[in-house]
Design a protein around this ligand. Structure first.
Ligand SMILES: C[S@@+](CC[C@H](N)C(=O)[O-])C[C@H]1O[C@@H](n2cnc3c(N)ncnc32)[C@H](O)[C@@H]1O
Length: 274
């Protein structure tokens, strides 16, 4: 199904690199990385994953993060097609899963039109890795019947598009995962509440998922605007399926009894009134 009829010997593998931890890479992705002639990767692919490329593999960063264009989509397409026409095995490596906010279709259209053989190798998307690291299930028999993946950053090759229709997405029985949440968390909070989501709904912003620097910031929909959103890359999870983990995080953030006692004056000490 993946491969159009082709007369060219090379092939392009569109591979998911997972969220960063190389142990979350599939065995297939690992094998292809070792065997590839050329790896074209996005900015968010971790150095640890790239270090698994073969010794003779040429590794090129074709990332366009935050709109700072180093290379155009057309140039990336041309690189893939030209290399495959020359008989090369090309790995187009994208963070997470290539089919989740990865501009996969743009590249597939191009490969199909150029009659280049291709194969998609799925990866662990950030939402799954984030939930696992927090001890959370994205679905919950009682609290979450649906999972919604939505992009907070809605711009594309055809120019900015409308922001998501929060009225249809903000459902109490859904876990909402916002990729690229950006800096507009106060705006998002207002939109979600206006769409009917309870302000006390649990939310967590998780930065650098699966790396040693992973950090999570627990909050609620009503208090989203107070979060410092400067850590990147980050992903936002919202919904009642997070409630248990949120409660645990709140308990863990309490000072332990001994540290509270240490703050109190010793029994034979007298406070000196100022
Ligand atoms: C262009 S999208 C690519 C998503 C990717 N295809 C996936 O399945 O995870 C980039 C966004 O994914 C999220 N992301 C990717 N890797 C991440 C990580 N290690 N930690 C937190 N968020 C990450 C961030 O929201 C980032 O802005």
């Amino acid at each position: 199904m993946n491969t159009p009829a082709t007369q060219f010997p090379g092939k392009v593998f569109l591979v998911g690199a997972g969220p960063g931890d190389p142990e979350l890479l599939t065995l297939k992705a690992h094998r292809l990385l070792r065997q590839a002639d050329l790896v074209l990767h996005d900015d968010l692919v971790s150095a640890a994953v790239l270090s698994l490329a073969g010794r003779r593999t040429i590794v090129v960063n074709v990332g366009k993060r935050c709109g700072v264009k180093k290379i155009t989509q057309g140039e990336i397409n041309a690189l893939m097609v030209d290399a495959a026409r020359e008989g090369k095995q090309v790995v187009r490596l994208k963070s997470g899963d290539p089919g989740v906010f990865g501009r996969l279709n743009e590249e597939l259209e191009w490969l199909r039109a150029a009659k280049i053989a291709f194969e998609i190798v799925p990866g662990i998307t950030t939402a799954n890795a984030a939930a696992a690291s927090l001890g959370v299930s994205l679905t919950d028999r009682d609290k979450s019947a649906r999972v919604i993946f939505v992009s907070g950053h809605q711009s594309g090759a055809k120019g900015p598009v409308d922001e998501p229709d929060w009225n249809s997405l903000a459902q109490a029985d859904a876990t909402i995962v916002v990729y690229m949440p950006g800096k507009g968390l106060r705006h998002l909070s207002r939109k979600l509440i206006a769409a009917g989501l309870a302000p006390e709904t649990s939310a967590v912003l998780i930065a650098q998922v699966s790396s040693p620097q992973q950090n999570q910031f627990w909050t609620t929909v009503g208090a989203l605007g107070e979060l410092d959103s400067s850590a990147t890359p980050s992903i936002l999870l919202i919904g009642r399926a997070l409630d248990h983990a949120a409660a645990h995080a709140a308990i863990e953030s309490l000072p332990d009894l001994q540290s509270i006692k240490n703050l109190l004056p010793a029994r034979n000490e007298r406070r000196i009134a100022s």
